[in-house]
Ligand binder design. Structure first.
Ligand code: HAM
Length: 420
């Protein structure tokens, strides 16, 4: 019986893995420079964490979660997103008594039972940040700027558009929901079944619906930005003028409400200009810590789809060429192996990519392998070289060959430092 991967999952290896590592290195570097701390939380959590934070009436909780009873009859869910887990960790580990703001970042896999399509998987990864303890729009700028910097560094910035909106506070939203329901009252009967349920349980979700017959009914929908209170309006104005002042381009998209219930005020998404894909999204969630049992703590964050970032890097040919092996040691026998073992380690410690025969194959077979893996140099050590304490260095691009002492200095001076 052949066993294959579960639907919606993938194996990442060889060249693709190098692209992932390249993206992850950039993420780590940018987060470090922003004085952020990495956090890792469990892949599975108590199911109620997600129903209470993401929201019972969202597609994620309603339709997409991988939920099961464990052997102790606890309802467990594979995390469909990471904000909820980070907030749980914030409360459980007493982060609120530490100097604020607290700036956290993470990468990790998450799980949603979704319909498969390009860039949409059932197991996918996000890079996310969550910043706790600032009510100010300045924190919004800081958070958005991290994603902005990453996209700039990867060469993706001009392929994406940053769309922002404000969905106000609970006061703005309750006024808006009355207006929204009034507007839809004579249209809802002709809308899809999901929207009929949303109309009763969570009317703002109707704005997200992509069904054609619902789109028609929503043509002149009232917009949340027209219902913002003075504070929320001022915050949104400040955010926009500061984004302008620091040179971060954006568009206002009054239809962004996000598919998770915990958001308020600023919400935003990074959308691919050419592919119909959201590469990332986020926003404020000033009440979530309290909802989950912690003290009042304003917060904001984002999640970027790593699989989608990698898809775009490949689509636009922005993938950096990966480094070849610098030098491959071709060894006559196990004596030669023992002779070079420590020297190989020294070369690796100097930062070179060094490989050596571990199969005991013939010299000819080892040469063939070194050529196939595109090693820049080979270092041949036969019986004669072992006796003389020497080695034959061959430049694989020019075929030039020299005999040098078997020492780190001689090898690096004649091959590695000299390039090829
Ligand atoms: P989200 O919009 O659900 O937000 O997901 C963020 C990003 O994850 C999406 O923009 C997309 O790039 C990627 N993504 C989502 N689902 C899939 C999938 N099935 N396959 C591949 N990529 C996917 C959140 O998850 C929030 N927790 C973000 C956040 C953090 N808000 C505040 N802090």
């Amino acid at each position: 019986m052949n066993i294959s991967r579960a639907k919606g999952t993938k194996d990442i290896f060889f060249e693709d893995m190098k692209i992932w590592e390249y993206v992850e290195e950039n993420i780590r570097e940018i987060c470090l420079k922003h004085n952020m701390n990495q956090i890792r939380t469990p892949i599975f959590e108590d199911t109620s964490l997600f129903s209470r934070s993401v929201g019972n009436e969202t597609d994620i909780v309603n339709k997409e979660m991988y939920t099961f009873l464990d052997k102790g009859d606890r309802s467990i869910t594979l995390r469909p997103e990471l904000t909820a887990g980070v907030v749980r960790a914030y409360i459980e580990n007493g982060f609120s008594s530490m100097p604020s703001p607290i700036k956290l970042w993470y990468t990790g896999t998450m799980y949603r039972y979704e319909k498969m399509q390009k860039g949409r998987y059932r197991e996918f990864s996000q890079f996310g940040i969550e910043v706790f303890g600032s009510e100010s729009y300045l924190a919004d700028i800081e958070v958005i700027s991290v994603a902005y910097e990453l996209f700039k560094k990867l060469g993706l910035l001009d392929k994406l558009v940053l769309r922002i909106n404000s969905i106000g506070c609970s006061e703005c939203r309750s006024k808006y929901i009355i207006a929204l329901k009034e507007y839809l009252a004579d249209k809802i009967d002709n809308m899809c079944d999901d929207c009929k349920t949303r109309y009763v349980k969570n009317p703002m979700r109707i704005i997200d619906c992509k069904q054609d017959k619902c789109k028609e009914a929503k043509q002149n929908l009232p917009m949340i930005t027209d219902y913002l209170c003075e504070d929320c309006k001022e915050d949104f104005e400040n955010l926009k003028s500061t984004l302008n002042a620091v040179g971060m381009n954006y568009e206002i998209d009054k239809t962004i409400v996000r598919g998770l219930d915990y958001y308020n005020k600023t919400v935003f998404e990074f959308i691919s200009k050419d592919l119909d894909l959201a590469v990332g999204g986020g926003g404020r969630y000033d009440t979530l810590v309290e909802v989950l049992g912690g003290p009042h703590t304003p917060a904001i964050g984002f999640g970027l789809g790593m699989d989608r970032i990698i898809l775009l890097l490949k689509e636009y040919n922005l993938v950096k060429e990966s480094k070849n092996v610098d030098i491959y040691f071709i060894l006559q026998d196990s004596n030669a192996f023992t002779k070079v073992f420590n020297l190989v380690e020294e070369l690796r410690n100097l930062g070179y990519i060094v490989d050596m025969d571990i199969c005991g194959r013939s010299i000819k077979a080892q040469m063939k392998y070194a050529s196939k893996i595109n090693s820049n140099y080979v270092c041949i050590i036969g019986d004669e070289e072992v006796k003389e304490n020497s080695c034959s260095l061959k430049n694989m691009n020019t075929s030039e060959q020299v005999k040098v002492n078997l020492s780190v200095n001689d090898i690096s001076n004649n091959a590695l430092k000299g390039g090829n």
